[in-house]
Write a protein of this length. Structure first.
Length: 106
């Protein structure tokens, strides 16, 4: 179904509505998936928010269409059905996995 570091496009809901967006799978079990959202918005963000965003260097190899960042400050729990019958659009490269793990431990 899905593995950690897979990237899927899913509908993510906020207080103001919902949006289809890429997410990075962190873990999953039979009921839920833990993901970080992925965004292309970075330059206009505050320094506080930028500090939570980890750059995906090989974004095109990860199946993304624009330079993108992992929002490590927002952990989202989704029902497994959110990715049921979907294929991942990509996966982080080994280098980007190492970069993310280093980013999270700093």
């Amino acid at each position: 179904m899905a593995d950690p570091f897979d990237i899927f496009i899913v509908s993510v809901s906020w207080n103001t509505g919902s949006k289809n967006r890429p997410v990075l799978v962190l873990s999953l079990d039979k009921e839920k998936i833990l993901v970080f959202p992925i965004t292309t918005q970075y330059e206009k963000k505050s320094d506080v928010i930028k500090a939570r965003h980890c750059r995906i260097n090989n974004w095109n190899n990860a199946g993304l269409v624009k330079p993108s960042y992992i929002d490590t400050g927002t952990l989202i729990r989704l029902p497994v059905i959110a990715i049921k019958n979907k294929k991942p659009v990509g996966k982080l490269t080994v280098a980007d996995k190492k970069n993310l793990l280093a980013f999270l431990t700093k």
